[in-house]
Structure formats: structure tokens, C-alpha cells
Design a protein around this ligand. Structure first.
Ligand SMILES: Nc1nc2c(c(=O)[nH]1)N[C@H]1C(S)=C(S)[C@@H](COP(=O)(O)OP(=O)(O)OC[C@H]3O[C@@H](n4cnc5c(=O)[nH]c(N)nc54)[C@H](O)[C@@H]3O)O[C@H]1N2
Ligand SMILES: Nc1nc2c(c(=O)[nH]1)N[C@H]1C(S)=C(S)[C@@H](COP(=O)(O)OP(=O)(O)OC[C@H]3O[C@@H](n4cnc5c(=O)[nH]c(N)nc54)[C@H](O)[C@@H]3O)O[C@H]1N2
Ligand code: SF4
Ligand SMILES: [Mo]
Length: 647
């Protein structure tokens, strides 16, 4: 038996350091979290613990070609020739804009995600802005702070108040959640959760505040108003480090008890309790969830919430995602900085529309399952089904998107290839070695990229560079001590974080009243837009669940449940009983699911596990708008309106 260190490459807050136990024959026996990593704390989530089982389930075994309504197995040479010939034909006939590279964060390793983009940059093919997840929140914080990085989660252990705002950490970041609970046990830290529904995190909070979805700007302003009136604001800090407080104060003064109660549905005494907690329990941590920013006013909500710690005299006293704290030259790894051609970059949130109207004749998907995860599914699937659209999918497992493909290429999982994963919360890095040799006839993304480049006779030498050489260069300023060489020989190193009191705003200060926003024609202060839910309609919230990472792990845990959670009063009104089949519909689509009657949502709101399929196989995301947010271009999943009927 032996134990090998590696890193979970999933799109996850936690980026766990893992210990994989192998038997004498090299089979994986178990995977556990590494105790030595201060974030991982010796445990994994239910997905990490099952990755070795998933090595052998539902895998793409070999390259596969579509023949009518099924796939036939082929060899790599045939598959790659077919892909490169088709790509060359599309480039020649329709131009480089007609080839789309559609990728996201199924594996966040630099060699799997960033480096293979070199091919598409060399070709100048169309790419997306990667805005499907967190982009609006990043842009929002950037307006006031310059960059969006905040505190590192291990700092939670020294905080007296931890506020999870639109963040279901007990499910979506079990290790941040564990740190918060440790702080509570060790020093009596208070945990507050702000979420329209009773999430797992809310259930275990000391105080749960339940605003209407999309009303957090008003809640934030109410809080600012309270903190200002009670003298909890740190005037010295405001003077030295910030600009524009007087504008914020003036705006927030409009948000008194009646106004806040009316917009948010939160009783004023809850705002007072939150204000007292912020005023008295110092230092605090405000953890901003990705869930907070996936709605019509998502970016403005994040703007408002991110300003609260600054009032209390804290440098970046929030956490959102720390990716921008580290100095890694991703543009070098991805080849964007090297390529002559400038690719067209289209909105990922809106791309379904473009695919639907036939803008692309060649689509290459990697590390993503767009046929379930993107909004506006009917348009997307219509486009993917067109006879003149050639679709290639490179994935570890069979997916819904692969069902639409002309060619499916098998990829190694993170256990089967060498890589380097940069976390987006903590700052520990280590190599992901090839823990086991590939169990299918898979090839890595970097290998496929090189092979396609050869077949397309591309001359750029940076396409054929050793990926590690580019990583070494891109990480030149990234590590506190040591080198990529020491990482490759098994060292665990720390990333150097940018200082917390450095603000890349035009004034160099925290700008409550954002000059950048003004320059872009946006409101300099966050703005609460009026909310209205037409009678008979419901807001459908969708968010992460414990056993799946987006659409992954259904081979282990079964299909993502096709359910909707509805409040008892609403159910009674609509004569819906627990377990009834109901149709959720709007002008974009219809999905049939089973109703679960529960007090975890209030009247007017329903909740479903995200990225699921309905009972008849309809994708949940056929109900979602593909209209990007104005700030950051992010999605609006949590603003979906549906009617509910019994078929
Ligand atoms: N309704 C609704 N929809 C949502 C959201 C929501 O809140 N509500 N949230 C959105 C968010 S936040 C996100 S991040 C997106 C996620 O959207 P996706 O990124 O499409 O999500 P996944 O289903 O995880 O797809 C990742 C794919 O990468 C594959 N993969 C894993 N490892 C590798 C590898 O090493 N190589 C290759 N080539 N492939 C690999 C997996 O098998 C999987 O098919 O969904 C969005 N969709
Ligand atoms: N188990 C598991 N963990 C994951 C993932 C997974 O698929 N499964 N995916 C990873 C990825 S890609 C992401 S993006 C993150 C997502 O994880 P989180 O950042 O936690 O975001 P969500 O799960 O989208 O939503 C969190 C909460 O926001 C609430 N919410 C929705 N709208 C509003 C609002 O207007 N105001 C307030 N205050 N709250 C609101 C929802 O009710 C929900 O409980 O998790 C990562 N971790
Ligand atoms: S999915 Fe997240 S919590 Fe689970 S093992 Fe991977 S990094 Fe850790
Ligand atoms: Mo995400």
C-alpha cells in the first residue's frame, strides 16, 4: 500500500489537498483529505470521496464517431483527422468567427483548462467570456475596490462574527463551513446567514435573515443606515482609506424601517440585530456567495454587501473569490498574450442564442456540459442539433452535451494526468501527479491541442512548447518561496497574495461612490431596482446540492432529483399535495417535476436543485433567460419567474 498526494481539480471553493491510498497493484482504495492543509482539515466532501469509483463509471472509453443515432468506437488517428479536416473546412468556408471554443471549469488545472486554449488563440476562433458563474460579482467588487480579492478563509478562525450572505457554504464549501464552526466552538463566533430560503447553512446559523430574492441592496442600505446612526462607523478609517462615504450615507438614509421592511420582507428588528452584531463583534467576516449575484440585480447586491466591512474599518473584510489575489499570468499560459489574431469573445450567458441561430459551424466543447448548464436551453439544443453544425466534445464521462456530438473524445480525469491547480480561496499549491495510469484510451487536453495544431499545419512554436515551461514563466512572481521545479518534485508551496490595503481604483482608495462606475455610465452607488412578482407567478431559485458538482456524479448518486420545493400556503392555494407532479413554465419553456411541500421557502418562492432535468427529460435551464447582466455579464438564474400548474 502507498499513499499519493494530489489536489481536487473541481470547480469548487475548497481545492482540497487529497491523499490517495493505492494497493500493491496500483488500484485506488480510498481518497481522503490531507490533514496538513489548513483548508482541507483532513476531510473531503461526498464527491471527492467517490472519485475513484467514478474512474470506472460512465467513462468515454475511446474516441467515438456519430453514425446516425448512435456512436461507434474509433482510433485517435481517425478521430483527430476528422476533427481537423472539418475545422479547416469551416475556417476556410465561413471564417474563424464560425468556430467556437466553448469551455468552462470542469477541471481547473492549468494544463487542462488554460494551456489548451493556445490552439483557439492561434486560430483566432470565437471564445466566450466565461461569465456563467461568478463574473458579475467580480466586476461589482472591482468597481469599489479595484480588484475583487478579499480575506483568506483560514482567517475565519480569528473572527468574532461570520456572515454568509447568499452563500450556502455548508453545501457548497464544506471546508469554509467547517472553519466557521471551529471558530464558533473555539471563541464563540456568531454565525449569521442571509438567504431567502432555509438552506442547510441557514438552519445551523445563530441568526437567519430571510430577505426576498433580489432585495439585498435595500437590506444592505438599511444596515448602513443603522450602523451610521448608531455610531458604529469607523470615521478614522473612512478618512484615510475611502472616498464618497457622504454619498452612501445620504442614499442609505432613505432606507429606514418601513422602506426596508417593505422591500425586503425582513423585520426591522432583524436589521438591528445584524447591526449590533457588526458593531460589537469585531473583527467580522462577510462571506459573499456566488448565489448572491446570479439574478437581475446580482452585481448591485454584491456591490452593496462588499461595502459593509469598509464602514467598520476593515481592509477587504469580505471573501468572494481570491483568484485575483495571486499574480499568475494566465494570458501567457492560454496564449492570449502570444497570439497575433484577436478572437471574438461572446457572452457565455447569451451564447445559446447565437448557437441557436446558427452563427457557428464548428463547436468544440471541453470541461463543460452546456446542454444542461447554460440558460436558454431550447435555443442551444436547437442549434446543436442543426445538420450543418459540427460538434466535438472532449470529456471524461458521457454527458448530455456528448449526446449531440459528432465526435466524442475521451479525457483523463484529474487522477490520471499531471497538472497544477490554482485555488480560488486558500493559498496552498502542490502538484497533481498522475496518480494512476489512464484507465481508458484517453488523451490529455494539451496532447489533443498539439495533435490538432500539427494536423492544421500551424507554425507557432508556442503551440508545441512544453506546458510546464509556460507554467514556470507564468508563475514567476506567484510563489512566496520556491519554484515550479520544487512543486514538480512534490513540494507544497504558498502563493504570494497581494496586500489587502492596496486598491487599484482610480483614487487608490476604496470608492463607496465609484468613479469607474460613473465612467462606464453606471450608477456610482449600488442601486435597488423595484421588485415585482406578477400575481400567480413564482420566483424559482436554483442552487448547488451536496452530492453533485453541477451535473457531475449522477453515475454515483443517481439523477439529480426532479423536484420543486413549495410553501404549504401556496401548495394549498394551488391544490398541490406533497409528491404531485407539477409543471413549471414560462414563455421560454416548461419542466415537469414533483412537488415537495416544505416550510424552507416562503410564499411566492420555489426552489429546485440546479442544472437538473425534469421528469420528462426537459432541462431545467430551458426556463432561464440568456440575457446577461449589465455589470460583468453574469447570469440571472435566480430571477426566473414561473407559473405552477397541475398537468
Ligand atoms: N439553473 C442553474 N444553472 C446554472 C447555475 C445555477 O445556479 N442555476 N449555475 C451556473 C454555474 S455557477 C456554473 S459554474 C455552471 C457549471 O456548468 P458546467 O461547467 O457545464 O458544469 P459541469 O456539469 O460541472 O460540467 C463540467 C464538465 O467537465 C467535465 N470534466 C471534468 N473533468 C474534466 C477533465 O479533466 N477534462 C475534460 N475535458 N472534461 C472534464 C465533466 O465531466 C463535466 O461534463 O452552471 C451554471 N448553471
Ligand atoms: N456541493 C457542491 N458544491 C459546489 C458546487 C456544486 O455543484 N455542488 N458548485 C461550485 C460552484 S460552480 C459554485 S458557483 C458554488 C455555488 O455555491 P454558493 O456560492 O453557495 O451559491 P449557490 O449555491 O448558487 O446559492 C447560495 C444561496 O444563495 C441564495 N440566494 C439566491 N438568491 C439570493 C438573493 O437574491 N439574496 C440572497 N441573500 N441569497 C440568495 C440561495 O437560496 C442559496 O441558498 O459552489 C461550488 N461548490
Ligand atoms: S469537490 Fe470541493 S470539497 Fe469536494 S473534494 Fe473537491 S475541492 Fe474538496
Ligand atoms: Mo459556479
Amino acid at each position: 500500500m502507498k499513499e499519493v498526494q494530489t489536489v481536487c481539480a473541481r470547480d469548487c471553493y475548497d481545492t482540497c489537498a487529497l491523499l490517495v491510498t493505492l494497493d500493491e497493484s496500483g488500484q485506488v482504495l480510498k481518497i481522503r483529505g490531507d490533514q496538513r492543509n489548513p483548508m482541507t482539515q483532513g476531510f473531503t466532501c461526498p464527491r471527492g470521496a467517490k472519485d475513484h469509483e467514478r474512474l470506472f463509471q460512465n467513462r468515454v472509453e475511446a474516441p467515438a464517431l456519430r453514425q446516425g443515432d448512435h456512436f461507434v468506437r474509433t482510433d485517435w488517428g481517425t478521430a483527430l483527422s476528422m476533427v481537423s479536416e472539418k475545422l479547416a473546412e469551416v475556417l476556410q468556408k465561413h471564417g474563424r468567427e464560425a468556430a467556437l471554443y466553448l469551455d468552462y471549469a470542469g477541471n481547473t488545472g492549468l494544463l487542462t483548462g488554460a494551456f489548451p486554449t493556445r490552439l483557439w488563440n492561434a486560430l483566432g476562433a470565437t471564445q466566450t467570456d466565461h461569465a456563467i458563474c461568478s463574473a458579475s460579482g467580480h466586476a461589482a467588487i472591482g468597481l469599489h475596490y479595484g480588484d475583487s480579492y478579499g480575506m483568506a478563509p483560514p482567517e475565519l478562525l480569528s473572527r468574532d462574527l461570520i456572515v454568509f450572505w447568499g452563500f450556502n457554504a455548508a453545501v457548497s464549501s464544506p471546508h469554509i463551513w467547517s472553519l466557521a464552526r471551529k471558530a464558533r466552538r473555539a471563541r464563540g463566533t456568531r454565525i449569521v446567514v442571509i438567504d431567502p430560503r432555509e438552506s442547510r447553512t441557514a438552519r445551523d446559523a445563530d441568526l437567519w435573515i430571510q430577505p426576498w430574492p433580489g432585495s439585498d441592496v435595500a437590506l444592505g442600505f438599511g444596515l448602513v443606515n443603522y450602523l451610521t446612526q448608531k455610531g458604529y462607523v469607523d470615521l478614522g478609517f473612512l478618512k484615510d482609506w475611502t472616498l464618497g462615504f457622504e454619498h452612501l450615507e445620504e442614499e442609505a438614509a432613505k432606507y429606514g424601517p418601513d422602506c426596508v421592511e417593505h422591500i425586503t420582507g425582513v423585520a426591522w428588528n432583524h436589521v438591528e440585530r445584524l447591526g449590533e452584531a457588526y458593531g460589537n463583534l469585531k473583527p467580522s467576516a462577510t462571506l459573499i456567495g456566488i448565489g448572491l449575484q446570479k439574478c437581475d440585480q446580482g452585481a448591485d447586491q454584491v456591490r452593496a454587501v462588499s461595502l459593509i466591512p469598509a464602514l467598520l474599518g476593515q481592509h477587504r473584510g469580505f471573501f468572494y473569490s481570491s483568484a485575483s489575489a495571486f499574480s499568475i499570468d494566465e494570458e501567457l499560459i492560454s496564449g492570449r498574450a502570444l497570439a497575433e489574431k484577436v478572437p471574438e469573445v461572446v457572452s457565455q450567458v447569451a451564447v445559446a442564442n447565437l448557437v441557436g441561430r446558427g452563427d457557428f459551424k464548428f463547436i468544440y466543447v471541453s470541461c463543460m456540459n452546456p446542454a444542461l448548464t447554460l440558460p436558454n436551453q431550447h435555443a442551444l439544443r436547437k442549434g446543436l442539433s442543426k445538420g450543418d453544425v459540427f460538434l466535438v466534445v472532449h470529456d471524461t464521462h458521457w454527458t448530455k452535451t456528448a449526446e449531440y456530438a459528432d465526435v466524442v473524445l475521451p479525457a483523463p480525469t484529474y487522477l490520471e494526468k499531471e497538472d497544477l491547480v490554482i485555488p480560488w480561496s486558500h493559498d496552498h499549491v502542490q502538484l497533481s501527479p498522475e496518480v494512476v495510469p489512464p484507465v481508458t484510451d484517453s488523451r490529455s487536453e494539451s496532447w489533443v491541442m498539439r495533435e490538432l495544431a500539427k494536423r492544421l499545419r500551424l507554425a507557432e512554436d508556442w503551440l508545441f512548447e512544453d506546458p510546464w515551461a509556460s507554467v514556470e514563466l507564468a508563475l514567476e512572481d506567484a510563489l512566496e518561496k520556491g519554484s515550479v521545479g520544487s512543486l514538480r518534485s512534490g513540494g507544497v508551496l504558498k502563493l504570494r497574495s497581494k496586500p489587502k490595503d492596496n486598491y487599484a481604483t482610480p483614487s487608490g482608495k476604496i470608492e463607496f461612490y465609484s468613479s469607474k462606475a460613473a465612467g462606464l455610465g453606471l450608477t456610482p452607488l449600488p442601486t435597488q431596482v423595484p421588485l415585482s412578482i406578477p400575481k400567480g407567478e413564482f420566483i424559482l431559485l436554483t442552487s448547488a446540492t451536496p452530492r453533485y458538482t453541477s451535473t457531475q456524479f449522477q453515475e454515483v448518486y443517481g439523477a439529480i432529483p426532479a423536484v420543486v420545493i413549495i410553501n404549504a400556503q401556496d401548495a394549498e392555494q394551488l391544490s398541490i399535495q406533497n409528491g404531485d407532479v407539477v409543471a413549471l413554465s414560462n414563455d421560454l419553456g416548461e419542466v415537469k417535476v414533483k412537488a415537495t411541500v416544505s416550510g424552507t421557502v416562503r410564499e411566492g418562492i420555489v426552489w429546485s436543485p440546479r442544472q437538473s432535468e425534469g421528469l420528462m427529460g426537459q432541462p431545467q435551464n430551458c426556463l432561464m433567460s440568456g440575457q446577461p447582466q449589465e455589470i460583468g455579464g453574469g447570469p440571472r438564474f435566480n430571477s426566473a419567474r414561473v407559473t405552477i400548474t397541475k398537468p
